[in-house]
Ligand binder design. Structure first.
Ligand code: 13P
Length: 253
């Protein structure tokens, strides 16, 4: 499965979100999408707007950007995985580096959220990635492997078939600096090997997305790598023409 996911982060008004989705709906026919599944992750206040607008577009799914592992309770300001599923979301981003960096999410939190999402039939899009100093240390493969193993600890093979992984080198997010296609492929192949170790042959079917300044000028080269099954797009997902260009590149890859 190929996936192009747009993470809108804390951007867009209600009207901008509406216009963006309408623009995508107008352009992205099932024929044009081919085997690409589009996932949109708007801000949580616009989740139901996106779900309603895409009700007749099963090839475009809606994800939340975060969710709480507990089903309900006194957690002011939080939204649970159970509530996201109840609202009609299909998927949820978990462990984005901005959640880890600014909101103190640990590998243990990420693991609890992955279990909660799977329990509520939300597809978890699990984000992993190293910071610049970690890459410069040369230990980036081992560091990201550790994040992945912690994130999916206790996830049994029958549930693992719903996992989506996103490799986002933190030094490439929002910086304009992209991992080279070779750097992305090296990490993706390593993560595929970890998934094979955990889940055997299933690993070849689990999508591993690349994220970090992915845009039309570099998408085709990244998507051409054998272990890059799509993208998790930030800035370029806010511009309909750029996001559509990336869909076309992924479709052709
Ligand atoms: P940018 O594409 O803006 O670098 O963001 C990537 C990202 O963090 C997607 O989740």
């Amino acid at each position: 499965m190929k996936i192009l996911a747009g993470n809108w982060k804390m951007n867009t008004t209600f009207e901008e979100g509406y216009n963006l989705i309408e623009a995508l709906k107008n352009e992205l026919s099932p024929e044009r999408l081919g085997d690409v599944v589009v996932v949109l992750a708007p801000p949580v206040v616009q989740l139901t707007q996106a779900i309603d607008l895409l009700i007749d577009y099963p090839e475009m799914a809606v994800a939340a950007q975060n969710g709480h592992a507990k089903d309900s309770g006194a957690y002011t300001g939080e939204v649970s995985m159970a509530q996201l599923a109840d609202a009609g979301a299909d998927a949820v981003l978990i462990g984005h580096s901005e959640r880890r960096q600014y909101f103190g999410e640990t590998d243990q939190d990420v693991n609890a959220k992955v279990h909660a999402a799977l329990n509520h039939e939300l597809r978890p899009i699990v984000c992993v990635g190293e910071v610049l100093a970690e890459r410069q240390s040369g230990d980036h493969l081992a560091i990201v492997e550790k994040q992945l193993r912690a994130a999916v600890a206790g996830v049994t093979p029958d549930l693992a078939e719903n996992l989506v992984l996103a490799y986002e080198p933190v030094w490439a997010i929002g910086t304009g600096e992209t991992a080279t296609a070779a750097q992305a492929q090296e990490m993706h192949a390593h993560l595929r090997g970890v998934l094979r170790d955990l889940y055997g042959d299933l690993a070849q079917y689990l999508p591993i997305l690349y994220g970090g300044s992915c845009k039309p000028s570099n998408g085709a080269e990244l998507f051409a790598q054998p272990d890059v099954n799509g993208g998790l797009i930030g800035g370029a997902s806010l511009v309909a023409a750029d996001f559509i260009a990336l869909v076309d590149q992924l479709q052709k890859a």
